[in-house]
Design a protein around this ligand. Structure first.
Ligand SMILES: [Zn+2]
Length: 293
């Protein structure tokens, strides 16, 4: 059982790591943990998370009222409170702005492709909660749609949020999301992103039990009808993972440069985007230039 003083020290350490890894700049980000059934320990407003001391933390009740502390609670306290309300199993919440994952959040690209086995067994998928003004009640509302089924999510045009059974569990999920985002970015820059088959995704989901991983919801059995998780009609109840049936398919076509095999016809891929080969793109540009003359 963690004592209050050890939890204060743990928040300081998590804040230090987030700042050191560039997940936050200036006073960004916030961290909280349950002290007991009625109280939370939380980072204060307007401090750099890299240079906190244990005495800076605030204690609040589950409605966000300050019980103890010289400073005011985090400006994102409402978002943390919503998570604790929706997820009785969660004991810690971490919010940061890791740059690569936040880049995906700005581009509106969820991290939901079946690419890395570890991510599929732990987080499943990382959806994007729709944009909401930070520190207002809009943000907890946006988070509510996904939090029952996900331990990590991107916040559109803002950052990322992770939760866990304990503080370091929540923090490591933030590391996983940023790591996953970096790998996805590199694969896409290289022009090829091989994705795992739906059969393999099902197999990996089976490993959750074997490794004692407590996922808040299963991976959705069928490919998404609505690609962006479609909780417009309600809260997400499973984790949408983009994985083709049958295996061996790719979501992103390999770029064919030079005299490679005949190019495939431009096609709408699983995510609805149309991708051209290098040769097709060159031909289109040449044609456009000709018609300008
Ligand atoms: Zn933020």
């Amino acid at each position: 059982m963690s004592t209050e003083s050890s939890l204060r020290a743990d928040i300081v350490e998590v804040g230090r790591r987030m700042y050191a890894r560039g997940y936050t700049a200036s006073n960004d980000g916030n961290i909280s943990v349950r002290l007991d059934a009625a109280r939370l320990l939380m980072t204060p407003k307007s401090v750099c998370k890299g240079f906190m001391t244990p005495d800076m933390m605030c204690i609040t009740d589950l409605d966000g009222r300050k019980i103890q502390g010289d400073r005011d609670p985090s400006s994102e306290a409402l978002m943390h409170l919503e998570v604790y309300r929706q997820r009785p199993d969660v004991n810690a919440v971490v919010h940061a702005h890791p740059p690569t994952a936040t880049g995906f959040a700005v581009a509106g690209i969820p991290l939901d492709r079946a690419v890395l086995a570890e991510v599929l067994t732990t987080l499943g998928s990382v959806p994007i909660a729709e944009y909401a003004t930070p520190s207002t009640s809009e943000l907890p509302e946006a988070v509510r749609k996904y939090i029952k089924a996900h331990d990590g999510m991107l916040l559109a045009n803002h950052g990322a949020l992770t939760v866990g059974l304990d503080l370091f569990g929540a923090y490591y999920k933030m590391e996983t999301i940023e790591h996953f985002a970096k790998i996805s970015l590199v694969a896409r820059m290289l022009g090829r992103e091989n994705v795992l088959s739906r059969e393999e995704v099902t197999r990996l989901q089976g490993l959750r039990g074997a490794y004692g991983i407590k996922a808040p919801a299963p991976i959705c059995p069928e490919p998404a009808a609505a690609p962006d998780a479609g909780p417009a009609s309600g809260d997400a109840t499973c984790q949408i993972v983009q994985a083709p049936a049958g295996g061996g398919q790719r979501l992103v076509l390999e770029l064919t440069r030079g005299g490679a095999a005949p190019s495939p016809k431009p096609s709408a891929e699983a995510d609805g985007e149309i991708r051209l080969t290098y040769r097709e793109l060159s031909a289109l540009i040449e044609e456009a230039i000709r018609s300008l003359r």
